[in-house]
Design a protein around this ligand. Structure first.
Ligand code: C2O
Length: 518
């Protein structure tokens, strides 16, 4: 593999993504940030400079396994200290997967301020297409800064914290919603567009970078052939629409029509995923144009209706291209981790009655490398290790998360993301409790990915192989919920964790004075 070097600067700016001016945070001055591309087997060297005035930052490469490089996973308080203003941290890791993903700040709610960008990792193609149109971001956007939206939300419990839905960082907005009196509403927003030529096939890498929202994506009059979920190629299937929760990706191939026209692309907001349905920020639309001279809006319509529940794509569709049965895991090498998700007080999510509290000044990985004892711990930091034989890679853990939040809050589905692993989805069931056994688990080539929905009043069972010693976060990718404690840390094979003589700059330089930036 070659070495690919990238420079990112986190910096404040004024954004006008949809005709509304507000302060935002950017990589290198733009939202979304610059495209990072590399190939399977390459070494990425990414210099991140924090040019924010008064915030720390840390960047996570979503879905990348960080095999043997846990110290560059980018989670402040877990795998590193935040990068203090004026400092640079160089992330170095090998690309061991291929497909479509994104990178984003993992510091508090920062990615929802604009600190995210696309990542394309080239590898063997599993479908034919004529042109790669790159990542298509589906995004929700607030006209407040996310930190003031958060205060608003903590104070009033809800809502109207989202203002618009964007596709590739753009949309229009109707200022009359604000009575025409808001001086920041300057108008002039535009729809994103893609250009199609008759008869050609296009690869589009759908990526949901929402703070909160689940979307049903479709293109009027066109079929979508789905070829990958997250970083895992799947046996292609054809559909009119695809559902994406926060942080999920689907690669699709779309065949252009023989007869040109202009068509809407739609990111419809799935309100069953929200506790408060009236928070709907409208609709995200963009345009597929065959006629680049045309400037008029499409007049196309859709038959795609919203699903009746908040769920992932049907599991029978998500068949991994590289078949991997896990029928062997139900034997002796199993670690069962049963978690109950509940909701306590007004705004605190808990797993097994505890929220994750992160010690920002003492990242878990730093403590481990220093030889500190981290167990027992009062928080959700969990040892995952079946035997003390650290050279074994044939052992597995199964994590079952039950959605036991009471009442309306139990209707909220949660996109659960695990760092350091793609996981096998053994069960994903709505409106039922887990029976405590593996009897109902699907072990034959189950869906594999890095983010999956925990259904309403139900449970999610996932398996992962203990082949990546490190400290890994598991969390709901609804940014509010992660900040409300809906997360846990796995310490996988603690005795085998090391940075093997590599540099420890993730801790040394940037830890000093870190707590000034909380
Ligand atoms: Cu997309 Cu914990 O991250």
């Amino acid at each position: 593999g070659k070495t690919v070097e990238v420079w990112l600067s986190a910096q404040e700016a004024e954004c006008n993504l949809d005709g509304y001016k507000r302060p935002c945070m950017t990589f290198n001055g733009t939202v979304p940030g610059p495209l990072i591309t590399a190939s399977w087997g390459d070494n990425l060297v990414i210099h991140v400079t924090n040019n924010l005035k008064a915030n720390g930052t840390a960047i996570h490469w979503h879905g990348l396994r960080q095999l043997d490089s846990v110290e560059y996973d980018g989670v402040p308080g877990v795998t590193q200290c935040a990068i203090a203003p004026g400092k640079t941290l160089t992330y170095r890791f090998k690309v061991t997967q291929y497909g479509s993903t994104w990178y984003h700040s993992h510091f508090s709610l920062q990615y929802s301020e604009g600190l995210f960008g696309p990542m394309i990792l080239h590898g063997p193609a599993t479908a034919n297409y004529d042109e790669d149109l790159g990542v298509l971001f589906l995004q929700d956007w607030s006209h407040r800064t996310i930190f003031s939206a958060w205060d608003w939300k903590q104070k009033y419990g809800i809502t109207h914290s989202l203002s618009n839905l964007l596709i590739n960082g753009a949309n229009t907005f109707d200022c009359s919603v604000y009575g025409g009196a808001d001086p920041n509403c300057v108008g002039g927003g535009k729809k994103s567009q893609l250009v199609f030529k008759p008869g050609k096939k296009y690869l589009i890498r759908l990526t949901n970078v929402a703070l909160d929202s689940q979307f049903r994506f479709s293109i009027d009059g066109h079929k979508l052939k789905v070829i990958a979920n997250d970083l895992v190629p799947i046996v292609p299937y054809e559909t009119d629409s695809v559902v994406l929760s926060a942080a999920q990706r689907y690669d699709i191939v779309v065949e252009a029509k023989a007869n040109p026209g202009n068509y809407w692309m739609r990111a419809q907001w799935v309100n069953h995923c929200a506790a408060v349905a009236n928070d709907n920020p409208g609709s995200g639309t963009a345009i597929v144009r065959y006629d680049t001279k045309s400037t008029s809006d499409p007049t196309s319509t859709t038959n795609v209706t919203l699903p009746a529940t908040c769920a992932d794509e049907p599991k029978q569709n998500l068949v991994p291209h590289v078949k991997m049965d896990v029928t062997n895991i139900a034997g002796t090498t199993l670690e069962n981790l049963n978690m109950r998700l509940t909701h306590e007080g007004v705004f605190q999510w808990t797993i097994n009655s505890s929220s994750l509290i992160i010690d920002w000044a003492n990242p878990t990985l730093k403590r481990i490398l220093n030889g500190d004892d981290i167990f027992p711990t009062p928080y959700n930091i969990i040892p995952v290790e079946k035997t003390a034989n650290h050279s074994r890679t044939d052992e597995w853990a199964i994590l079952v998360i039950e959605n036991r939040a009471a009442g309306a809050l139990g209707y909220v589905a949660h996109p659960i993301h695990m760092h350091g692993h793609d996981f096998w989805i053994l069960a994903q069931t709505q409106d039922a409790h887990w029976d405590g056994t593996t009897a109902s688990f699907n072990l034959k080539n189950p869906p594999r990915r890095d983010t999956a929905v925990l259904p309403a009043h139900g449970f999610l069972a996932i398996a992962f192989r203990l082949d990546n010693p490190g400290v890994w976060l598991v969390h709901c990718h609804i940014a509010w919920h992660a900040s409300q404690g809906l997360a846990l840390e796995f310490v996988e094979r603690e005795g085998a964790i090391s940075v093997r003589g590599r540099d420890r700059r993730a801790f040394d330089d940037t830890c000093r004075g870190w707590d000034r930036w909380v």
